[in-house]
Design a protein around this ligand. Structure first.
Ligand code: MG
Length: 389
């Protein structure tokens, strides 16, 4: 018996805020999708894991599969239902007997829940985990209550939903052929063909991460558990200065910002990322950027400064440590930095292995005082907190 898993990660997921779709935001040091894929990739009952991703998400997907054995992703369609069908068509050539379809935004599906869904598929062609509705339901069109709905027999549906593979593939093809494109789960697709669906108990912890608050709450809980084992609290500081030279833009925290000048320097002159890198080297008492990447070394000419930051983070991880948070202040008369802060955090979060919410980037001017005030360059100050065993 072979069971495949299709993980639906096609959404742009911007309801959770930020520049990065929610399934690629960081919780517990990894993208949400990494945790989701891990649950299925490491389950002994699952033969292969097929992910459906959004257009242009290839690089984020690659980062979200580090160390995991999963199939190459396929690109989804305009709706969740379209994406699901794309995933099912992709695994069809392997002729699995059964399939579990799961939302990327549910990273806490336990091994036990996955096993249960598979086991129930021995007796039913379709299985949906869910929770009985516990709260009182009101019908309130336009914000005014018109009725109290009888909640007996009502369940909220979770994923993974399990199906006989041929049954759900046929149902998806039939819905598509009929022009039905907006069903919000696969059980609804199966219902159209009158397939009997068993409702089984889901898990409270198997919640869907929808809002920015959901993601922060999940990250805090996971990070707190990890930080508990890291009692040695270190703080590091970093400062960097680069002068302006001729050019048409600057790179700050990996983000290109158009400007009538560029920063001069041996690498890409990302003054902000350099300050942050030095703060991390400082926290672990291990030299600075100049020691690890001598400016006399030709290899670093024009180099992307992400290489330097990645090295500092790697040294923390090699000591079995974690970065807890980082705070960065950029001092410049121009260009305007505020509009780019969300994009900068989206670059830094995966590099640091922490959620964007743990990163602060602030910008200020020098009120026209001194060299920075005369617009001769940019200064960046950074503080990083590192936790070690
Ligand atoms: Mg520098």
């Amino acid at each position: 018996m072979t069971v495949a898993a299709v993980i639906v990660a096609g959404g742009s997921g911007l309801r959770a805020g930020g520049e990065t779709p929610k399934q690629y935001q960081t919780i517990g040091g990894r993208p949400v999708l990494w945790w989701t894929l891990k649950a299925f990739a490491e389950h002994p009952g699952i033969a292969r894991v097929q992910t459906v991703i959004g257009e242009g998400h290839e690089a984020m997907f690659a980062a979200a599969t580090e160390g995991l054995t999963v199939e190459p992703a396929v690109t989804g369609g305009a709706t969740r239902q379209d994406s699901c069908r794309a995933g099912l068509e992709a695994v069809a050539r392997h002729q699995p007997e059964k399939v579990l379809i799961h939302d990327a935004a549910r990273p806490f599906a336990s091994r036990d829940l996955i096993s249960h869904v598979i086991a129930w598929l021995d007796r039913h062609r379709a299985v949906v985990p869910g929770l009985p509705v516990a709260e009182t339901l009101k019908l309130a069109p336009g914000g005014i209550v018109t009725a109290t709905v009888d909640r007996s027999g009502l369940w909220t549906a979770q994923t993974p939903q399990g199906f006989g593979f041929e049954a759900i593939l046929t149902a998806h093809r039939a819905a598509h052929a009929a022009g039905v494109t907006n069903l919000t789960d696969d059980a609804a697709v199966a219902e159209r063909l009158g397939i009997e669906i068993a409702m089984i108990p889901g898990r409270v912890e198997n919640r869907k991460l929808t809002t920015a608050e959901d993601i922060e709450t999940a990250d805090r809980a996971m990070m707190a558990a990890r930080l508990d084992h890291l009692p040695d609290i270190r703080v590091g500081q970093g400062i960097d200065v680069h002068p302006f030279a001729e050019g048409n833009g600057v790179t700050l925290c990996g983000v290109s910002i158009p400007h009538d000048r560029s920063l001069a320097g041996h690498s890409d002159a990302d003054v902000a990322m350099h300050a942050l890198t030095d703060a991390i080297f400082g926290a672990i008492g291990d030299g600075d950027i100049g020691v690890h990447f001598p400016p006399t070394d030709r290899r670093w000419k024009g180099a992307a400064s992400a290489i330097f930051l990645a090295k500092a983070v790697e040294l923390v991880h090699r000591r079995s440590g974690l970065i807890a948070n980082a705070d960065l202040t950029i001092l410049a008369e121009a260009p305007r930095i505020a509009p780019h802060i969300a994009a900068m955090k989206a670059v830094l979060a995966p590099l640091l292995g922490i959620a964007a919410e743990r990163i602060a980037i602030k910008a200020t001017t020098a009120e026209k005082l001194g060299a920075i005030g005369r617009g001769e360059g940019i200064v960046a100050f950074a503080t990083a907190m590192v936790r070690l065993p």
